[in-house]
Design a binder for this molecule. Sequence first.
Ligand SMILES: [Zn+2]
Length: 249
Amino acid sequence: MTEKVLYEELCPAEFQDRLQACPVAYLPLGTLEWHGPHLPLGADGIQSQELFIRTAERIGGIVLPKLFLGPDRFYHDPERELYGMDICTGGTIVPYEMQQLPGSAYWMPDEEYRGMILRIGANLSRAGFKILAAHGHGPSIRQFGALKEELHSKCGLIGVTAFDFMEDDRLRFQNDHAAANETSITMAVRPELVQLERIRNGEELPIAVAGADPRTDASREYGMEILEMNVNALCRGIGELLNKEKLTL
Ligand SMILES: [Zn+2]
């Protein structure tokens, strides 16, 4: 079987081989979103796509292109539209004024997002997939999780996220916002994209970073641990689902 796992890189015969061996599609739930001064704007999709690439390389399946639109909390007044981390919440390291953070361009309403996920599901089901694994941006994961029953009844797909197979808070994949967890994962999968010096040398604490301080608590080792544990958990969880499906078909 080909080593390639990205959907867009497969020829039809390669696609059929991989699908037959393991009918699992992986959908990285990305954004283009402020992730502190030190992480790339596409951090959500970069982390989840790398998780899925490693999972697919180990147990099979096909990795879809990254989404970059997703839901989030939203604030609207006549002068401006603000969403996600533009709006300060209690979970951030430092409080800050509500403001449009540079680079964010991803928001869509919950209802449109749910419609898009179901449409993706219908297309994947038609192509022959049985399981859809999705992970990435927190609010996108939550909305996806709420759609599992509909995905099953309308598309015949079993929906899973990496959160389904990982209980330990410290090891859950993308469990904060641009803080120690997400920074460590990005350091593990794409170290060249992390610029910790942009906050280490700054005098002020970074705004709109929620979770443990990445300047003191992020490391490549921690990121590798999170990555490895989640690849293992996904392989085990999806493997069990595939076995169970075969028994009941
Ligand atoms: Zn994120």
